[in-house]
Design a protein around this ligand. Sequence first.
Ligand code: G3P
Ligand code: CA
Length: 284
Amino acid sequence: MRKLVFIISTVILLSACSIGNTWDNPMPEEGFLIIAHRGASAYEPENTIPSFKLAEHLDSDYVELDVHLTKDGELIVMHDDDVKRTTEAVGKIKDYTLAELKQLTANEDKGEKVAVSGKDEEAYEIPTLQEVINEMEEDIRYVIELKDTEQYPGVEEELVRLLKENDMIGVDGQQYPKAVIHSFDEKALKQVHKIEPTIPLLQLISFEEGEEARISEEELEDIKTYASGISVSYEALTPPFVNTMKDEGLAVYGYTVNDEEAALRLKAMGVNGIHTDEPDILEE
Ligand code: G3P
Ligand code: CA
């Protein structure tokens, strides 16, 4: 009998541990979150401190940014794994030291690269994640994207370490998680979940143009073991899909929405929030 009780208790305990969306600190379910994609990137060069400051000024609920590891192991903020599109130089981030990257200028204005030599008030440095955290108000919240992780062994550990060091794990005064991590890379998210299971995670999912969002039962069950929600290319979202995901306990976000009508449609559909380059998209 004692053996049976032990087996039943173990099964219950293991089931509880494997349910991924019973977080201590999920993102709030009510409301419609505005997540500033690469900062207020419609107005300032993406993934720069001016872009994040403007997003903060525009009352974004979260600031989204992308991180990579430099040759000397520093977490820096840039979208691509290569500096070509947003600076005056070429080459992979992993082949640059932080000091070398600091000589470049992330000053891209609507596709026109503007190389600024030397640092003056017009210059936009490539920021480290630590610099962003230092520069921003303490109450700003982050959605941090892990990208190209195969190039950066140990990047998940380094990100969790930095978040812990900056007291960014857990919720703020309004009960919002201070930091959320998202990625298309399911392996990276599972690794973060293994290291620090209290960090809310969002699985990014992209669908082809014209395709309706759908995921298999198996994928859904898998996502629920580590993520509290999904962020989907918004054109694919449909009311039945959103309802099913929410019934399954997953939050649903749409990316990247820069059209007011689409934002309102998603809000009416019950989507939990949007990633947008224009955090003032729904302001009168
Ligand atoms: O907001 C979702 C988004 O961050 C994923 O795509 O390419 O803009 O990083 P990307
Ligand atoms: Ca991103």
